[in-house]
Design a protein around this ligand. Structure first.
Ligand code: 2PG
Length: 231
């Protein structure tokens, strides 16, 4: 029996990835390299005969554009796209916009690694008066203020990602729909951890590369059985 596969892809390189700045919910463009990476990911999908019935992404353009480049390349530009804030990158709080090396110089490698990769350590938060507070952005105007983050750990990111998987995406998988999700390093870490039952210590080591398709395979009972990068 052919396994059911869900494809997860982190966006291509963004301008702030190139500048080595913490990005989070800041809405930044892809670089030329990021667009090329999206195209290469699409060619790989094409070579492996992937096509999709449903596609999901965040409300941030580095992911939206990556998805669109991929759909164009596999000749599925017509596919409808569901965009949700729940698949956004984790909010990086007061680190957003700062250079990662400068933050390491100030706080030390160990602390910064815990902010970046640990399960439950939250980066320093912003206040609601900070111009980086997403409550000032109309795309989040439908959200209650208490849902809008001031800074998220992987754990709190998972709390908003997982219900979207469970309630919106997973029911489509159970109808045997072919699913593509284009999102972000940490929203995808939350999903990969949940689906593959990776423990809170092991997740420290997981760093998802840009525009590299991840395949999650499910058995006949729609239970995840393995995951790997498409080569
Ligand atoms: O800055 C960010 O938003 C993320 C992804 O680029 O960074 P990190 O890899 O440190 O989680």
């Amino acid at each position: 029996m052919i396994a059911k596969k869900v494809v997860l892809i982190r966006h291509g390189q963004s301008v702030w990835n190139e500048l080595n700045q913490f990005t989070g919910w800041h809405d930044v463009e892809l670089t030329r390299k990021g667009k090329d990476e999206a195209q290469s990911a699409a060619l790989l999908l094409k070579k492996n005969n992937f096509f999709f019935d449903c596609s999901y992404t965040s409300v941030l353009k580095r992911a939206i554009h990556t998805l669109q480049y991929i759909l164009d390349e596999i000749d599925q530009s017509w596919l409808s796209v569901q965009k949700t804030w729940r698949l956004n990158e984790r909010h990086y709080g007061a680190l957003e916009g700062l250079n990662k090396n400068q933050v390491i110089e100030k706080y030390g490698e160990k602390k910064v690694m815990l902010w970046r990769r640990s399960f439950n350590i939250t980066p320093p938060k912003i206040s609601m008066h900070d111009k980086r507070f997403p409550g000032h952005d109309r795309r989040y105007s439908h959200l209650k203020f208490d849902k809008i983050p001031l800074g998220e750990s992987l754990e709190t990111t998972a709390i908003r990602v997982i219900p979207y998987w469970d309630q919106v995406i997973y029911p489509e998988l159970k109808k045997n729909k072919k699913i593509l999700i284009v999102a972000h390093g940490n929203s995808l870490r939350a999903l990969v951890q949940y689906l593959n039952k990776i423990d809170n210590q092991k997740i420290l080591e997981l760093n998802i590369p840009t525009a590299t398709p991840i395949i999650v395979e499910f058995n006949e009972q729609y239970i995840p059985i393995k995951w790997y990068y498409l080569k």
